[in-house]
Write a protein that binds this ligand. Structure first.
Ligand SMILES: NC(=O)c1ccc[n+]([C@@H]2O[C@H](COP(=O)([O-])OP(=O)(O)OC[C@H]3O[C@@H](n4cnc5c(N)ncnc54)[C@H](O)[C@@H]3O)[C@@H](O)[C@H]2O)c1
Ligand SMILES: [Zn+2]
Length: 381
């Protein structure tokens, strides 16, 4: 199936947060509607579009043209690509640029990029002039289904990822699914892990739909829009219930405790992309749940089979390069999630679509389980 080139009607998902509610507009070609939407939201506003070099080379002209049709003035700021851009140095430069471009509190910052640009520009918007409104125009699959929604903004610290930031909701998200046509396939596949996550954690019917239709999601037809809209609806519902992650929002961390440890162990390099780490992490979470007798082994195998079918890694042995031993991984796991008296919090599952928060996982159980999964380990009986 080839991607249709025509635009599509937008699907609109509401993020219901009272007076901070906003729309996620999803559809092929929706970038063109940016100007009209800006004009409606903030008539007469100046707009600063923040992007990275990779995205700017492909989509900045179209974004500027679209914004110009509705904004009083449009300026641009282009940063280097990559996680390294989520740093104090780039944040400082970005804030200076926004201020020198005379972006005032009545104006708008537009984040045009993947999760790196969304997190950084969102945080800059949160602090420049004590808060300027911002719009997310996510350009990676991960950003369209996850990072652009929910208002988590951050930069990294030498001690860890996303340690400096703010909850700061955008006023609009425009997810143009056609922008994903230029995304490298490996990045698309990694973002798909988060799509599958929504099925695995809370929507068995969506997971079954993905099993049948994932090829069309990759190809870029209406199935892609359906998958993105369903993912956004799932995230929006959870964020509306628990904006600041004191409860239910933790479900979104399915696969992330194991995944973050592997990601950190690979130094956040392209040896292991975030979504790839999460695919392995979700496979481990389902296997671990089966091991604890929470769900039939066949159910865990079904979850893993789908991730593997789309080409995602599901085993620690598939990480490129060396993986550290159990001690280091356990240290990383303990750092990622709060440990109290040797107990860890994990997102486990009773079935596909039925994840839950387990706060009482013995770290020794995790160690024994994970040790068996490490490459070269001998399964103990
Ligand atoms: N705020 C949140 O809730 C949240 C949630 C998940 C992840 N994140 C953050 O998101 C970041 C990862 O996001 P990501 O995977 O989008 O990474 P990214 O922003 O680095 O984008 C991945 C790569 O794809 C390129 N790219 C993006 N869109 C493109 C397009 N349309 N065409 C061609 N190239 C394109 C980028 O330049 C980059 O090289 C991490 O920093 C993570 O911490 C935040
Ligand atoms: Zn994630």
């Amino acid at each position: 199936m080839t991607a249709p080139l025509r635009g599509s009607d937008a699907t609109v998902v509401d993020v219901a947060l009272g007076d901070r509610s906003y729309d996620i507009v999803i559809g092929r070609g929706q970038l063109a509607s940016l100007g009209a939407r800006i004009a409606k939201l903030r008539p007469g506003a100046k707009v600063a579009i923040v992007s990275d070099e990779n995205v700017a080379a492909r989509h900045l002209d179209a974004a500027v043209a679209a914004a110009k049709s509705g904004a009083a003035q449009v300026s641009t700021i282009v940063l280097p690509p990559g996680e390294g851009t989520k740093s104090f140095a780039h944040l400082a430069r970005l804030c200076d640029d926004l201020i020198s471009q005379r972006i005032e509190r009545s104006d708008l910052v537009v984040a045009l990029g993947g999760g790196v640009i969304g997190d950084l520009a969102g945080f800059a918007a949160a602090i420049v002039r004590r808060g300027v409104d911002y719009v997310q125009v996510p350009t990676s699959l991960l950003a369209q289904v996850d990072s652009s929604v929910g208002g988590k903004t951050a930069i990294d610290s030498p001690q860890g990822k996303n340690l400096i930031g703010a909850f700061y909701q955008p006023v609009l998200v425009v997810a143009d699914t056609a922008l994903l046509d230029t995304l490298p396939e490996r990045e698309f596949r990694a973002g798909y892990a988060e799509v599958a996550k929504y099925g695995l954690l809370g929507d068995a019917a969506f997971f079954a739909w993905l099993e049948a239709n994932w090829q069309d999601v990759f190809a870029g037809g209406p199935a892609r829009e359906h998958a993105i809209a369903t993912s956004c609806r799932a995230k929006a519902a959870i964020v509306a219930r628990d904006e600041r992650e004191t409860g239910d929002r933790m479900l979104l961390n399915l696969g992330h405790t194991f995944g973050h440890a592997l990601e950190a162990d690979a130094d956040y390099s392209d040896r292991l992309l975030h979504g790839e780490a999460i695919a392995i992490g979700m496979a481990l979470a389902f296997e671990f749940s089966a091991r604890r007798g929470l769900l039939p082994k066949a159910e865990a195998e079904r979850a893993i089979r789908h991730l593997a079918a789309v080409g995602l890694p599901t085993k620690v042995s598939e990480v490129r390069g060396d993986v550290s031993g159990i001690d280091r991984l356990m240290t990383l796991i303990a750092q990622d999630k709060k440990v109290s008296r040797g107990k860890l919090t994990f997102i486990l599952a009773r079935a596909i679509g039925q994840a839950f928060i387990e706060t009482n996982v013995d770290s020794q159980d995790v160690r024994v389980f994970l040790e068996e999964k490490l490459p070269g380990s001998v399964v103990r009986r």
